[in-house]
Design a protein around this ligand. Structure first.
Ligand code: HEM
Length: 515
C-alpha cells in the first residue's frame, strides 16, 4: 500500500496537528520543514528510479561550480567530458539536475541528430524570460503553430542579407576605434557593433550603439540583457515573479524591460502604417538590405501568411536574444584565437587581401566575395567548435516513451544536447582543446558540427550570422594586425561568463593599423 504526498499532508493537518500543544506545534512544524528539506535534497541528489540506468552528474558538483563562478570550459573538462569520454559510456548520454528536474543530455552527434529529427518531442514553453523571449515565437512554439511561423519567416531570412549594412557599420566601428588608443575592450566593442546590426537589420531601429555606447536605448537593452542572464533568477524563477518585491533592483530591471517592449510595439505600429500606405517609398531599394520586420510585413501584404502584432513582437524579441550575443561572442572569441595564433591570423589576412585587394582604404565586401572566404569560414567554424556561444540547446521533452541507441527514455523526461561536449569529445576530435581551423578542410568534420542545431529547427539566422562574421573579420584583417596584451586575463585560456550563453569576460586586444 502506498500513500501520495497529498494524503500524508491531509492526515497530518487533520489528525496530528490539532492534538498538539502550542510548543509541540512549533517543534512539529520545524521537524516537518526539516524533513521536507531533507526529502527535497535527497530527491535532487539522486535521479528517480526510472532514470537510474543512465550515468548522472552529482548536483553538488554543479552547485559548487556555480557558487565559485567556475568558467564553463573548466566545468566541462572537470565534470562532463570524463563522463562522456569514459569507455563504458557507449552512447554518450548523461543526466544532470536542472530547472526542469533531472534532464538527459546527449553528447553523441548521431543520437543528437536522431532526437532532433524525431517528431514528438516538445519544447518547453515554461520560461523564466517570459518578458523577453516568451510568447508565440518561432523559437518556443511547437507543432503546427511553429510550422506556420517558420514557413513565413524562412523566405524573409532567405531574402535578408544586408552585406552593405554590415560593411558600413564596420567602417563606423573603425572610426570609433581610431579614438580609443591601441588596446581596446573587444567584447564590449563587438556587443555594440552586433547590437547596431540587429537593431538596423532586425527592425530598422538605430540604437546608436557604435558611436555612443551609453545612449539611452543601449543602456536599457544592456540592463535587460544582463538581467535575463542572471543565474540566480534563472535557477529560482519564483524570485523573479512571486517574490520579486524582495529585490528592488530587479523590479527596476522589469520596468526597463517594459519600456523596451513598448518601444518595440511602437516600431511595429509605425512600420505597419508606413508599409500599408500605398505612397510609401522604401529607402532600402535592394530587397536584401531591408530589415526582417519589413520583409515579414511585406510577405503578409503579399498574402503569404499572417503574423499578429503579438507574434511579430515576440519574434523580434527572440531574434535579439538568439542573434545578438551569439554573434558578438563568436566574433570576440575568433579575434582572441587569431591574436593567440599570429600565423593563422596572417593566413586569414592573405585570403582577405587576395579577395578584396590591398588598397589602403576600407573595402566593403559584396555577397559573392564573402562566399570565396573559405579559410575565414574555417576559422569561424573552429571558433564555434572550440568556444561556441551556446553550450547546449533549448530543452525538449519526450512526449512519448522512446528508445535512443538502446537507452530507454520514458515519456515526460526533459532531453537536451550538450553541444560543448560534442565539440570537445576526444572520441570525435583529435586534440580537441587545440584551435586548428585546418580540421575543417575535411568535409567529415563539418558533419560533426552542431553549433547551429540540426534538422527542421536548425538556426534560421545561420547564414545571416555567418555572412555578418565574414564581413567583419575580413575588413578587420585588412585594416589591423592584433595581439593579446601581456597582462591579459585570457593569457592561459579564455575566461567566460554566462549560463545559457557563453561570452568572454572583458577581452582586451592590442591593435596596430595597417593603413
Ligand atoms: C553565431 C551565431 C548563432 C548561433 C551559434 C546560433 C545557434 C542557434 C541554435 C543552436 C539554434 C537551435 C536551437 C535548438 O534547436 O534548440 C538556433 C535557433 C534559432 N536561431 Fe540562431 N544562432 C545564431 C545566430 C542567430 C541569428 C543572427 C538569428 C536571428 C537574427 C538567430 C535566430 C534563431 C531563431 C529564430 C531560432 C529558432 C529556430 C526554430 O526553432 O525554428 N540565430 N540558433
Amino acid at each position: 500500500m502506498s500513500f501520495s504526498t497529498n494524503q500524508i499532508v491531509s492526515v497530518y493537518n487533520h489528525h496530528v496537528l490539532p492534538k498538539l500543544t502550542f510548543q509541540n506545534k512549533a517543534m512539529a512544524i520545524t521537524a516537518a520543514i526539516t524533513m521536507s528539506m531533507t526529502y527535497f535534497i535527497l530527491k535532487t541528489l539522486r535521479p528517480p528510479k526510472h532514470l537510474r540506468h543512465i550515468p548522472h552528474i552529482s548536483p553538488l558538483s554543479l552547485i559548487r561550480s556555480l557558487f565559485i563562478g567556475e568558467p564553463y570550459w573548466n566545468r566541462a573538462y572537470r565534470v562532463y567530458l570524463p563522463i562522456i569520454d569514459h569507455p563504458q559510456n557507449h552512447n554518450g548520454l548523461y543526466l544532470e539536475y536542472g530547472r526542469a528536474g533531472w534532464e538527459i543530455f546527449i553528447c553523441n552527434p548521431q543520437i543528437a541528430k536522431e532526437m532532433l529529427l524525431k517528431q514528438g518531442t516538445d519544447n518547453y514553453t515554461d520560461t523564466l524570460f517570459d518578458k523577453f523571449i516568451g510568447g508565440p515565437n518561432i523559437g518556443l512554439l511547437d507543432g503546427e503553430a511553429w510550422r506556420t511561423q517558420r514557413k513565413m519567416a524562412n523566405p524573409a531570412f532567405h531574402r535578408a542579407m544586408p552585406v552593405r549594412l554590415f560593411g558600413e557599420l564596420a567602417v563606423d566601428m573603425f572610426q570609433v576605434m581610431e579614438t580609443m588608443g591601441d588596446t581596446i575592450n573587444v567584447s564590449n566593442m563587438m556587443e555594440g557593433w552586433t547590437l547596431q546590426v540587429i537593431g538596423k537589420a532586425g527592425f530598422g531601429f538605430d540604437f546608436n550603439a557604435i558611436k555612443d555606447p551609453n545612449s539611452p536605448w543601449v543602456r536599457t537593452y544592456n540592463i535587460c540583457n544582463k538581467g535575463i542572464r542572471n543565474t540566480f533568477f534563472f535557477v529560482f524563477p519564483a524570485f523573479d515573479k512571486k517574490y520579486l518585491w524582495m529585490f528592488p533592483k530587479r523590479v527596476y530591471i522589469h520596468q526597463e524591460m517594459d519600456r523596451f517592449r513598448h518601444m518595440l510595439q511602437d516600431v511595429i505600429d509605425h512600420k505597419r502604417l508606413s508599409l500599408e500606405d500605398k505612397n510609401y517609398q522604401n529607402d532600402a531599394l535592394e530587397e536584401n538590405e531591408r530589415d526582417l520586420l519589413t520583409l515579414l510585413i511585406e510577405s503578409e501584404i503579399r498574402g503569404e501568411g499572417v503574423m499578429t502584432d503579438q507574434e511579430l513582437m515576440s519574434n523580434l524579441r527572440f531574434f535579439f536574444v538568439a542573434g545578438h550575443d551569439t554573434t558578438s561572442s563568436t566574433l570576440s572569441f575568433a579575434i582572441h584565437y587569431l591574436a593567440k595564433h599570429p600565423e593563422i591570423q596572417q593566413k586569414a589576412r592573405e585570403e582577405a587581401i587576395r579577395i578584396l585587394g590591398d588598397e589602403p582604404v576600407d573595402i566593403l565586401p559584396v555577397i559573392g566575395e564573402t562566399k570565396q572566404m573559405t579559410y575565414i569560414s574555417q576559422i569561424m567554424l573552429e571558433t564555434l567548435r572550440i568556444n561556441g556561444p551556446l553550450p547546449s540547446l533549448v530543452p525538449r521533452c519526450a512526449s512519448k516513451d522512446v528508445e535512443l541507441f538502446g537507452t530507454f527514455i520514458p515519456k515526460g523526461t526533459p532531453i537536451n544536447v550538450n553541444l560543448f561536449s560534442i565539440h570537445h569529445s576526444e572520441k570525435l576530435w583529435k586534440d580537441s582543446h587545440v584551435f586548428n581551423p585546418d580540421r575543417f578542410e575535411n568535409e567529415e568534420s563539418k558533419t560533426l558540427m552542431m553549433a547551429f542545431g540540426y534538422g527542421g529547427r536548425q538556426c534560421i539566422g545561420m547564414n545571416f550570422s555567418l555572412v555578418e562574421q565574414r564581413v567583419m573579420l575580413s575588413m578587420l584583417l585588412r585594416k589591423f594586425t592584433w595581439s593579446t596584451p601581456e597582462n591579459s586575463i585570457h593569457k592561459d585560456g579564455v575566461l567566460t561568463y554566462g549560463y545559457l550563453t557563453l561570452s568572454p569576460q572583458d577581452l582586451d586586444i592590442t591593435f596596430k593599423k595597417r593603413y
